[in-house]
Design a protein around this ligand. Structure first.
Ligand SMILES: [Mn+2]
Length: 218
């Protein structure tokens, strides 16, 4: 057995035993990495599951715009998964908000409900990710560009992961009713929004740059 196995042999021990200096219910992934690497408490996990339950119920009759009519809920879950898997974001409020980010814009869910059930921080992030659908589409798109730089760090994370998910969908298959020109327009608009949120998360920004460049050069 190599020395490298020593560490993994202790991996099923309670994290609080491994890191006795940390408060109950939290532990750090790796040692001494940035603050964003703090793993969630049980309360955070419960918040994320509660968000998944509400989002699944509210989006239950909705489909994505692809030919295969993918259930809509695949999108918010996928956005949260981009955050944990690629951006290495484990903050409970950010992940719950990622799962809920389209519930107010696209279902009967209200901001008041999000605030009451999930608290101020999740509410703030969801609010930052919600377009005012009473405005014309072009205005909404322009407002996203205009306000991109003003959002909180956590809101920017969800917005970047949302864009990345949508761009990957567009690259995989052109949605019903879309042509190549519209796909390029979306990529160009995404480039403008994303460029105003630089310095938020390196992994997300690199993945976004790559896919936007690919879509624009097609
Ligand atoms: Mn979305």
């Amino acid at each position: 057995m190599s020395e490298g196995n020593e560490e993994s042999s202790t991996s099923n021990e309670s994290p609080s035993k491994l890191y006795p200096d940390l408060p109950e219910g939290t532990w750090k992934k790796g040692d001494g990495e940035k603050g964003g690497f703090m793993l969630n408490s049980c309360e955070d996990m419960a918040l994320v599951i509660k968000a998944a339950d509400l989002a699944a119920r509210r989006h239950r009759f909705q489909k994505r715009k692809d030919v295969r009519q993918t259930p809509y809920i695949n999108h918010p879950i996928g956005v949260a998964y981009i955050l944990t898997n690629e951006a290495k974001v484990y903050d409970g409020a950010t992940l719950a908000a990622a799962i809920l980010h389209d519930t107010v814009e696209d279902t009967k869910t209200t901001f008041e409900e999000i605030q009451q059930e999930f608290g101020q921080e999740v509410y703030d992030i969801v609010k930052g990710c919600t377009d005012d659908k009473s405005l014309p589409k072009d205005t909404r798109k322009q407002l996203q560009i205009d306000h991109a730089a003003e959002h909180s760090h956590k809101t920017k994370l969800v917005k970047l992961a949302d864009k990345l998910y949508n761009l990957r969908d567009l690259e995989r298959a052109t949605p019903i009713g879309w042509d190549k020109r519209r796909v390029k327009e979306y990529a160009e608009w995404a480039r403008q929004v994303v460029s105003r949120m630089k310095g938020t998360n390196e992994a997300l920004e690199m993945a976004l740059d790559d896919i936007i460049n690919r879509l624009l050069s097609k």
